[in-house]
Design a protein around this ligand. Structure first.
Ligand code: SF4
Length: 412
């Protein structure tokens, strides 16, 4: 059972101190870019134009680059490109080679280690793709890929086979065919725009896509999956929010992994989206030495709620080739879920899932709270480990008198 010692304690407990520190909001600051005008710094196109994309830039800005990172960066442009906007770079702690922000975006030589069970397409997306750029794996919804570009490239990305085009996948969405497919399939009621990052498209291109999808009568709601509020909150302009507002019901799933990503800049960007009436959810990937501990994850989910974002999923890291050094264990994931459920607001508790390797879809994974079921009761335990019995007949009908025959419990 996960200890709960840090909750609500003052003073000396190091977990408590770390927890409080993680929950504070800070600005990413200007770092090396103090001489850049405010207008440029807050302009998302300036941030994109000035991304760190080469080994030389990285060595200059991060003199503590380790041999492992040097080796990874040397190879990145043949596997998954290096790209870090100045804003996000400022969140890296140069003194800590295991900085959780750094581990997510600075390549490592370990990315070249491949295990036999690792895959380039662990979710089997390519085999569920009826037209280029469209994945139809679940009955009533589709994944609509719009670009292979992101503001920064996550070293564990499940689509690293295609994003950044470093390995020559050569992704070309065919919007007309993708939209036509959705139009011809009346069972599709939910379209998720993803990529790459859809919010890297211009407002005009997004309007073009959203209007055409919205015009399909059976499409009930639209979703956008994006890491832009994390990497580039400057992109969440009032103009973008006003445009998105015209296409409700529209949901946005962001992807944040660590409480330090939740800066004052990001909180303001998320506030603009929430003020436009867009329901916000967060998907985290469970990552080794990034967020695979209860203190970090609890601070993260609570901080997300303070940013008006519902923690939606924690994903077990997919078996993407070269990601072993970033994959945390399922055991760790279950421990974290145990530390959240009951110990913090239900709204703060996401669903932990494993995307079944090879294309089986999302499978929820939970700590066990039902201990046994038998003829007259279900035995459950609560978050404190206390045991309770809920009277119920084996066929699920409410129990009005004790059953004649008591069977051995069925242990779950
Ligand atoms: S932002 Fe999303 S699509 Fe882009 S590299 Fe990161 S995980 Fe992959």
């Amino acid at each position: 059972m996960q200890s709960n010692t840090f909750a609500g304690q003052n003073g000396e407990d190091p977990d408590s101190t770390r927890f409080q520190a993680l929950k504070e909001f800070h600005s990413a600051g200007r770092g090396f870019w103090t001489d850049v005008s405010e207008a440029s710094w807050t302009d998302w196109r300036w941030q994109l134009k000035n991304r760190i994309t080469s080994l030389e830039q990285l060595q200059r800005l991060l003199p503590t680059l380790t041999p492992e990172e040097y080796a990874g960066t040397l190879l990145a442009n043949k596997k998954l490109a290096l790209s870090i906007p100045p804003y996000f770079f400022n969140l890296i702690d140069p003194a800590d080679e295991n900085c959780p922000i750094r581990r997510q975006v600075v390549p490592r030589g370990q990315e070249t280690h491949a295990a036999p069970w690792e895959m380039s397409d662990p979710c089997g997306e390519d085999s569920h793709s009826p037209v280029p750029g469209l994945v139809h794996r679940y009955p009533d919804r589709v994944l609509f890929l719009v670009t292979d570009r992101c503001a920064a490239y996550c070293r564990y990305c499940t689509r690293s086979r295609m994003v950044s085009n470093a390995s020559g996948y050569d992704f070309h969405p065919e919007f007309d065919r993708q939209i036509e497919y959705v139009r011809r399939h009346a069972e599709i009621r939910d379209v998720l725009l993803s990529g790459g990052d859809p919010l890297l498209l211009s407002d005009e291109k997004l309007v073009f896509l959203l209007e055409r999808l919205r015009a399909i009568p059976h499409v009930e709601f639209l979703r956008i999956g994006t890491r832009i509020p994390v990497f580039l909150p400057q992109r969440i302009t009032p103009g973008l929010c006003a445009m998105l507002k015209n296409h409700h019901p529209l949901f946005i799933s962001i992807h944040s992994n660590h409480p330090r990503e939740l800066t004052t800049e990001m909180r303001e960007a998320l506030g603009r989206l929430a003020d436009a009436g867009i329901p916000l959810g967060n998907q985290s990937v469970l990552l080794r030495h990034v967020n695979d501990d209860a203190v970090t994850m609890r601070a993260h989910v609570q901080k997300l709620l303070m940013c008006r974002v519902k923690p939606y999923y924690i994903y077990q890291c997919d078996l993407i080739t070269g990601s072993a050094h970033l994959r945390a264990s399922v055991r760790k994931g279950l421990e974290i879920m145990e530390s959240l459920r009951g110990h913090t607001s239900g709204y703060a508790v996401p669903q932990y899932v494993i995307d079944a390797p090879g294309g089986g879809g999302k499978v929820p994974v939970n700590p066990e709270y039902v201990l046994s079921r038998n003829n007259d009761r279900v035995v459950i335990r609560n978050f404190e480990g206390r045991i309770f019995e809920y009277p119920e007949a084996a066929d699920g009908t409410p129990l009005v008198r004790p059953p004649v025959r008591i069977e051995e419990p069925e242990f779950v």
